[in-house]
Structure formats: C-alpha cells, structure tokens
Design a protein around this ligand. Structure first.
Ligand code: GMT
Length: 367
C-alpha cells in the first residue's frame, strides 16, 4: 500500500508512534510518505520506501495566524495525487483530520482518498473538549473513514464525550523489542528514569519530590530525559532541595533505547495518560514502572506484577514502591522480567502493526 502519514513531528508520544509505525510499515514493504512541517523525530533519512514531504506555511502580513491547516490539506492532496496514495493516516485529531478531510474532498471528483484518524490522548481528553474545538473535532471524527485509539479507555472516553457512533478500533502502542531490550546496568548508585515532553500533564515535579523521599532511605540517582515547560521548575526544585547532583537533566534524546537499560525504575506520575508509551519502552528494557492509576495505563501495567500503579500526586506511595524495588533484588528481578515479558508478548511490533494493516484493508474495501 501507499500510505501518507501526518503527525506532530516534534517530541511527543503521538509523533513517535506515527513515525515508528511508518518505519515498521516500510520494513513490511509498504511505501510511506510522511507529510509534516518538519522531519519527524526518530526518522533517519535514506531508508528504503520512506519519503518525506515538508509542509511549507507561507506567511503574509494580513495573516495574524498562518493557515497551517490549509497548507497541510493542499500538500496532502498534492502528494496523494503525485504518488497515487491509497490512503492517509493522521495522528492527533486537531487539526490533522480536518486537513485530511479537505484533501479528500479536493480529490473527490477524480479519485477516492480515504483517511484514518488515530486519537492519542489530549486531542480528546483536553484540547478537543475546549468549546472552540469540540464541534470540529467531533465532525472530523465522524467524517473519518476509520478511527483508532491507543487504548480501550480512550475509545470509551471518545464515545462518551463526543457521542459519536462510528466504530472505533482500540490499538495499543507498540515497541520494537529487538531494539528496546535489557542490557547490563552500570555499577554504582541505582538509577530511576523519567522520559516525557515535560508538559504539566506529566507532573514532572513529582519525580523530584519522589527522589527526595526515596533518598531519605536509599541512595538513588534520577535521569530526566526530554524537555518542555516544566523543565525549568523541575531544575529549580532539585536545587532548592539540595539535590542538583542527584538528578541529571539530559534534554531531548533521540535514542532512548540506549538510556532505559541504565535504569531500574521508571517514574511516570502523570495526571492523565491515554496509554503510556514511555512506560512500555522502559518495560521492554526491563525497567519497572512506578506509574499512576490513570486513563489507559492499567491496560499496559498489571499492578504488583510488572509495575506499580498509585494515586496521582501521592508522593509517599510512589516513593514507597521505588524503595521496595531498590531494596529487594528478588522483587526487582521478578518484576523486571515480567515487564519485559508483557512488552514482548502483548505489545511487540509484530503483534500490533498487523492490526493497523487490517484497518487499512477494511477502509480500502470501503467497509
Ligand atoms: O499528550 C497527548 O495527548 C499527545 C501524545 C503525545 O504526542 O505526547 O501523547 C499521547 O500519546 C501517546 C502515544 O499514543 C500515549 O502513549 C500517551 O499516553 C498520550 N498522552 C496522554 O494521554 C497525556
């Protein structure tokens, strides 16, 4: 198949899933065309069957807001026609599914161009519910030829909040478990890791507070990978608590598969999480997640078996789980193995990618 993929190309789970999906589909023989405003992260140039088409947004003094949505629609239609794309697959509803709908309509007199919308989380749980976006988000979903969500939780929320009757396919995030795998951990202080885009929804400051509580009982170091609005406040809090040497802020990282295996525990204290891709990637590397009981996370983590789920903002209980893992080698080994097993058996690319291919087939057959 010839597939056009659009996503936010910067750091964030939806862009990562879209990019990795494109790479995996290309490896399976499909021709993939990324249509985005910048080269997607984790996309190395020069791979077979992978093409990248930049969306250029021309400005004009009259435009207070350059119309990205329209520039994207035009580029989608142009690429679809030039490369005879079979379908478009857009990640994150706003505004990508509206652009896809426009592109479809632009070509309607000449050819069919179905589009699939994958909902990732805040496009439904936060942004899509803003009054200024609600109606158009609902409309774009109703017009999609297929909708997928990254968890069953998000599927239910979408139906409840938007009241749409279109069938929705819940397809979890995936990980390449050949690439993301355990490796010998370096000697010295045990490490915890947090990986995110440092937005308020991730409750990054909780990681610092958890570290402070853990260090009252056991020595530990925290690796903070990523960047975003909460990085400054997190660095400040670490300094205020006298822990600037106990936390390393690594900034944006392209190869987290090399970082995860250095840590024993992953902290994911999020306020919301439709799935929790960072936890899955960590689990594939044998890192045990201590996460919050929110959204679709329980579809990934079985509490007490391959990770822990605690209440949002409960620093004491999250720190207690970390302390348990860092003080009992047998508990850590058992849960680390279980985490890897979950990633391999339930969320490996080989299990998940065919589910997207099946949706594409259905859409192409006009079902
Ligand atoms: O925050 C978002 O909704 C956007 C998205 C992103 O780009 O970071 O994150 C979501 O998509 C990931 C990939 O499908 C999921 O694993 C994350 O759980 C989800 N984030 C949230 O729901 C907060």
């Amino acid at each position: 198949m010839k597939i056009g993929i659009t996503c936010y190309p910067t750091y964030g789970g939806s862009g990562i899933v879209a990019t990795e999906l494109g790479l995996e589909l290309a490896a399976r023989g499909h021709e993939i065309h990324f249509i985005t405003y910048a080269n997607p992260i984790r996309l190395d140039a020069g791979l077979p069957r992978i093409h990248y088409h930049e969306v250029e947004v021309t400005s004009y003094p009259l435009f207070q807001y350059p119309p990205y949505c329209l520039a994207l629609a035009s580029r989608m239609a142009e690429v679809a026609e030039q490369y005879s794309l079979d379908l478009l697959h857009v990640h994150y509803a706003i505004p990508h599914s509206i652009s896809a709908l426009l592109a479809k309509q632009m070509l309607a007199s000449r050819r069919r161009l179905p589009f699939i919308t994958t909902l990732h989380g805040t496009d439904i749980t936060l942004v899509g519910q803003e009054p200024s976006y609600f109606g158009i988000t609902k409309f774009s979903m109703e017009q999609s030829d297929a909708i997928t969500t990254v968890s069953d939780y998000l599927r239910q929320r979408t139906t409840e909040v938007f009241g749409i009757s279109n069938p929705i396919h819940a397809i979890g995030n995936f990980v390449n478990t050949q690439l993301y795998r355990p490796a010998p951990r370096p000697e010295g202080e045990p490490r915890m890791i947090h990986v995110s885009n440092f937005r308020p929804v991730k409750r990054v400051l909780d990681c610092i507070r958890i570290l402070a509580r853990v260090r009252q009982q056991v020595s530990a170091h925290l690796l903070m990978a990523g960047d975003g609005p909460e990085r400054g406040p997190a660095e400040r809090l670490a300094r205020e608590l006298g822990m600037e040497h106990d936390v390393t802020f690594l900034g944006k990282q392209d190869h987290v598969e090399r970082l995860f295996p250095r840590a024993k525990v992953l902290l994911m204290p999020s306020e919301h999480e439709a799935f929790g891709l960072a936890a899955l990637e960590g689990m594939a590397c044998g890192v045990v997640p201590v996460a919050t009981q929110v959204g679709g996370v329980a579809e990934l983590i079985t509490a007490g078996v391959d990770g822990f789920l605690e209440p949002v903002g409960d620093i004491e209980s999250q720190a207690a789980r970390v302390i348990q893992l860092l003080t009992s080698e047998s508990l850590f080994n058992r849960m680390s193995e279980a985490a890897r097993t979950t990633a391999v058996t339930c969320f490996d690319t080989s299990a998940i990618i065919p589910r997207y291919e099946a949706v594409y087939e259905q859409v192409l057959q006009g079902r």
